[in-house]
Write a protein that binds this ligand. Structure first.
Ligand SMILES: [Zn+2]
Ligand SMILES: [Zn+2]
Length: 266
C-alpha cells in the first residue's frame, strides 16, 4: 500500500446481471461485481463476479471473499479463480447463511452437476466456506453487515480499519425504510459504493427488480454524510457514452461511476 493510504480498493468488475464485452464497454468494463479492499495487511474481496477471474492470486495472508448475496452475477468468477486450484492456498469464502453447511449447499447449487463440472471443494486448494455473521473481524479490520433491500435479500457490508470506513450497498432498491437503515449504517463513510443500475427513466419500468439510480445514490451520500460515492452495478445494456453522461450529470467530482481496473486510495 502506498503513501499514507489506509485502505485501497481495486475494481475488478462493475457490471450487474451479466458480463458484457465489446467496443461500447471499454471505459467502465464488462465484468460483473468484484472489488478488492486491502487494509491493515488484510485482503477482502467484495463479491465474486466474473471480475474475480482477473484478480491476483498471491497474498501475504489468506484472502477473504464476502458474498453480498447468491445471485449468479456475484458468484460467476469463483469457478475461474485460479487460487482455488493452488494446493495449500487458503481462501475463506463468507456467504449469507445460517451455518457453514447451508453456506456450502448454497454455493454448490451453482457449482455442481449439471450446471458446473466440479464442486469448489474439488478444486485442490484450501477453500473454507463459512456463514457470514453480523460482525466479523479479520486482523485489525472490522466487518459489519446489515440487511439491504433486494429480492431474496442482500447484505450491506461495512469495512472499517482505524478511522477509515467503506460501505458496499450493491443490489439495493431504495425505499424510505431501507434508505433510513442504509443512511444510519453508512454514516460518515469515506466511500459509499451504491447500486445505480438504472437511470431515472428506466427505473420506473424496473421497480421491484431490486436496484436503484445514481440520483438516489447522490441523495443518500448527502443524507449519510459519506465523503465519496462510487456508483456500481452498471446495467449490461448501458454503454460507455451513456454512463459518462450519467456520471457528468451528478455534477460533483466526489461522485463517480466505478471503472474496471481502477484503484481508489482512501
Ligand atoms: Zn447483482
Ligand atoms: Zn442481485
Amino acid at each position: 500500500m502506498t503513501g499514507t493510504s489506509r485502505m485501497r480498493v481495486t475494481v475488478f468488475g462493475t457490471r450487474g446481471s451479466i458480463p458484457v464485452s465489446g467496443g461500447d464497454f471499454v471505459i467502465f468494463g464488462g465484468n460483473t461485481s468484484c472489488y478488492l479492499v486491502e487494509a491493515g495487511g488484510e485482503s477482502i474481496f467484495l463479491d465474486a463476479g466474473s471480475g474475480l477471474a482477473n484478480a491476483p492470486t498471491s497474498f501475504g495472508h489468506a484472502p477473504v471473499i464476502l458474498l453480498s448475496h447468491l445471485h449468479m452475477d456475484h458468484l460467476l468468477g469463483l469457478g475461474m479463480y485460479a487460487r482455488l486450484s493452488q494446493p495449500g492456498a487458503a481462501t475463506q469464502l463468507y456467504v449469507p447463511a445460517h451455518d457453514a453447511r447451508e453456506a456450502k449447499r448454497a454455493v454448490d447449487r451453482l457449482y455442481s452437476h449439471p450446471l458446473w463440472p466440479l464442486e469448489l471443494s474439488d478444486y485442490g486448494g484450501d477453500l473454507a466456506i463459512c456463514a457470514m455473521s453480523a460482525t466479523m473481524r479479520f486482523g485489525e479490520v472490522q466487518v459489519q453487515t446489515e440487511q439491504g433491500n433486494h429480492p431474496g435479500g442482500c447484505r450491506l457490508i461495512k469495512i472499517r480499519h482505524g478511522h477509515t470506513t467503506l460501505v458496499y450497498a450493491t443490489d439495493f432498491e431504495h425505499d424510505e425504510e431501507a434508505c433510513a437503515r442504509l443512511a444510519a449504517f453508512a454514516h460518515d463513510a469515506d466511500l459509499l459504493l451504491y447500486d445505480g443500475q438504472y437511470d431515472e427513466d428506466a427505473y420506473d419500468a424496473h421497480r421491484g427488480f431490486g436496484h436503484s439510480t445514481p440520483a438516489m445514490g447522490a441523495a443518500l451520500k448527502k443524507r449519510c454524510g459519506a465523503k465519496r460515492l462510487l456508483v456500481v452495478h452498471h446495467d449490461p445494456r448501458s454503454t460507455d457514452q451513456e454512463l459518462l453522461a450519467r456520471e457528468q450529470a451528478l455534477g460533483d467530482a466526489s461522485m463517480r461511476f466505478a471503472r474496471e481496473g481502477e484503484v481508489i486510495e482512501l
